[in-house]
Design a protein around this ligand. Sequence first.
Ligand code: 5GP
Length: 199
Amino acid sequence: MTETKTKGRLIVLSGPSGVGKTTLCQRVLEQVPARLSVSATTRKPRRTEVDGVNYYFLTQPEFERRLATGEFLESATVFGNLYGTPMGPVKSAMESGQTILLEIDVQGGLQVRKRCPDAVTIFIMPPSLEAWRESLRSRLTRRGMDVPAEIEHRLAEASAEITLAKESGAYKYFVVNDDLETAVRQLVGIIKKELARND
Ligand code: 5GP
């Protein structure tokens, strides 16, 4: 994709599980002219999730077929499931000058950064690692994941994500989600400033 020839911008928002990315994305989208990319995944839908709205829920063979034919801008395995950003909607949004927001993990963020160096990459940090670990632990338990070893494995993966985000240099901005309103204000400020640079 020749991102430099197009007018739209790509915004990448990443952060470990349980840091509040989904709420932040919703709040930011109320204030900036951008569209959220709908990812594809092989994970099973959760109770409230709708196919085509929250994700495109695909079988593993179908995901792999699309991957092989180059239909994803980026893809990654997260907690044992495949996730990917469909290329088509991103490409057409950017060609028509629209800004598109990707809520993806760090492995995906690194790929996007490489393919589209102009992408605005933002990583959401928890205010306190210990408090975040505790809240993620209780969220995973509430979701019915009661195998302590699996919970610890997820916590370790999420911690590794923070380290990779910091050490890779792929993220331009780090925003701490301590107070929701402050984090929303900071994100909106960053995105508006970056979009203004593109005008
Ligand atoms: P969940 O299954 O809880 O919705 O998401 C798990 C993780 O996968 C989150 O960190 C989320 O940001 C990430 N994710 C969601 N969609 C994509 C995608 O299209 N690509 C990548 N690389 N990660 C994704």
